[in-house]
Design a protein around this ligand. Structure first.
Ligand SMILES: Cc1cc2nc3c(=O)[nH]c(=O)nc-3n(C[C@H](O)[C@H](O)[C@H](O)COP(=O)(O)OP(=O)(O)OC[C@H]3O[C@@H](n4cnc5c(N)ncnc54)[C@H](O)[C@@H]3O)c2cc1C
Length: 287
């Protein structure tokens, strides 16, 4: 299918891009890797009259340390997450998650910024960013603001971004050395979106869990940060009764849609199963 006609703009700087978005108004959309937006346009689920391509803005690329954080430019591709030695050493959950996104062809084009700004609850990186306590750098005509990932998602395809704003970077606090993390994703086949998925980042305190943060993918109309479930796990020995309570707390905040990936009850239970697996594997990594 061919998308409807649109005008193509290729700014060379963030200020040029935000000025274009502000001037063109709600008929304009940023274009990153195009691997969500172009399919939506082909299906007539989106029909922007103007596409503002961010590919010509060199400052939006790259992965670099900044004090105790790592900053990832919005136009960094999902493949580049996998190839980064810095991320492999400091936040391996990003590499693990990126490897579960679609297939190599999508990951060569699809960007980090596009994945987290899209607002599709099926995208894998948002729940991981919530789990890691990441912050999004956002720039619009009136300047820059920073939005915690945990406050960014409002409902399906609705985020805290204003129409004239672009997401320029994601800032991730590096988890402590010796932390353990895991992303468990149930999918029907290679390249599919999650039926349910869970991200866990934890630290150990002797034989017990020190801190624990949990994110859930595709089991509500937004990605979820399962704060209560993480609190239940923190301080425990990850014994069966505690894990059961945490699973119940996580399941309680889900509200998945019944679709081709399964009925509501199944997807809710699979969120719990993914969480149990992610907890076990994260603890193994920490050890
Ligand atoms: C076959 C297939 C399978 C897929 N499977 C998965 C999967 O399993 N898991 C997964 O997570 N994703 C999956 N995807 C989606 C893929 O990861 C996309 O690349 C991603 O969702 C969007 O990133 P993009 O760079 O392609 O953004 P685009 O498609 O260009 O943009 C997506 C949306 O975000 C907005 N946007 C993009 N960049 C910015 C920015 N910097 N600031 C503000 N707004 C911005 C655009 O305006 C648009 O609304 C799949 C895609 C395909 C085609």
């Amino acid at each position: 299918m061919i998308p409807p006609a649109f005008a193509y703009h290729r700014p060379a700087s963030v200020s040029e891009a935000t000025a274009l978005l502000a001037d063109l108004g709600e008929d304009a959309r940023p274009l990153a890797g195009g691997h969500s937006l172009i399919p939506m346009m082909k299906l007539r689920l989106a029909s922007p009259e103007h596409l503002v391509d961010l590919a010509g803005i060199a400052t939006l690329k790259g992965i670099s340390p900044d004090g105790s954080d790592i900053v990832i430019g919005a136009m960094t591709t999902q493949h580049e997450l996998i190839a980064s030695d810095l991320l492999a050493a400091k936040t391996p959950i990003l590499r693990e998650t990126a490897l579960l996104i679609a297939d190599p062809q999508v990951r060569y084009m699809g960007t980090v910024g596009g994945n987290v700004a899209n607002g599709d609850p099926g995208n894998d990186l948002p729940a991981v960013m919530m789990c890691l306590g990441a912050t999004y750098h956002v720039t619009g005509r009136n300047g820059e603001r920073r939005i915690p990932a945990r406050q960014f998602y409002r409902s399906a395809y609705v985020t805290a971004l204003a129409p004239d704003e672009i997401l320029t970077a994601v800032r991730i606090p590096v988890p402590p050395a010796g932390h353990g993390a895991a992303y468990e994703k149930l999918k029907r086949k290679v390249g599919d979106y999650a039926t349910a998925a869970a991200a866990v980042v934890l630290t150990l305190n002797g034989d017990r869990i020190g801190t624990c943060s949990i994110g859930l993918t595709n089991v509500a109309d937004t990605p979820l940060w399962a704060e209560e479930a993480g609190k239940i796990i923190a301080g425990s020995s990850l014994d069966g009764a505690t894990v059961k309570r945490a699973i119940a707390a996580a399941e309680a905040i889900t509200s998945p849609a019944a679709d081709a990936r399964g009925p509501v009850e199944y997807r809710t239970k699979m969120a719990g199963v993914m969480l149990a697996r992610a907890l076990t594997r994260a603890r193994e990594h920490a050890r």
